[in-house]
Ligand binder design. Sequence first.
Ligand code: SAM
Length: 195
Amino acid sequence: MSDWNAETAEWYAEKYGEYATNRLAVEQLVLLPDCSVLDIGCGTGSALRHVAKLANKGTLVGVDIVPRMVEIAEERRGRSAAANRLYFRTGAAEALPVGDAEFDVVLAFDSYDHWNDPAAGLAEVRRVMRPGGLFCVVKDGGVQSLRTFREQATANGFTVQSEEHIEGDGVTFTLWQCRLANRTNTPNTDEKSHE
Ligand SMILES: C[S@@+](CC[C@H](N)C(=O)[O-])C[C@H]1O[C@@H](n2cnc3c(N)ncnc32)[C@H](O)[C@@H]1O
């Protein structure tokens, strides 16, 4: 079970709510102005507020499992010029409260390793992504972090197109950019691991 709750949400928002990782990772992405973006484990909504500067027409939705975190994201929504295109909902990665094939881009910034069931979460990402969609995962903390992500993503139908280790503004993180290997909702077992 996730150990995130109202108390840890307050702590995280205060200490890391506007962490530089979100801005630096978003700066690496090539986003079309009208793309729709879903951020899973959105925290305070920081990443989406940066995304809004690039994707300046599309719908932007943040989902977080902790209701208090979603309230904090709502409280900070007005910090973005795109406040009228930003939506936050309570929900789990493993049962996303959104429809099928709604999103061009799905983010999981420092949330993937908190998911209770990564395979179920990846199946949900496949369900909600449009054909040709992009799935971006960030893990704070250097090259040793989240070593299993590439294997899990590949086994669950994604092709990992890039893996970058990025440092700056006092943070170090890894950014993976993935596409669906095919459009079926079954894992692509033919895909070879890149490890
Ligand atoms: C380390 S914080 C990262 C927040 C934000 N993405 C950021 O980078 O600032 C992890 C977030 O994932 C959320 N989370 C944990 N498990 C989750 C799950 N199964 N589904 C959705 N969100 C989850 C937590 O509530 C928390 O807000």
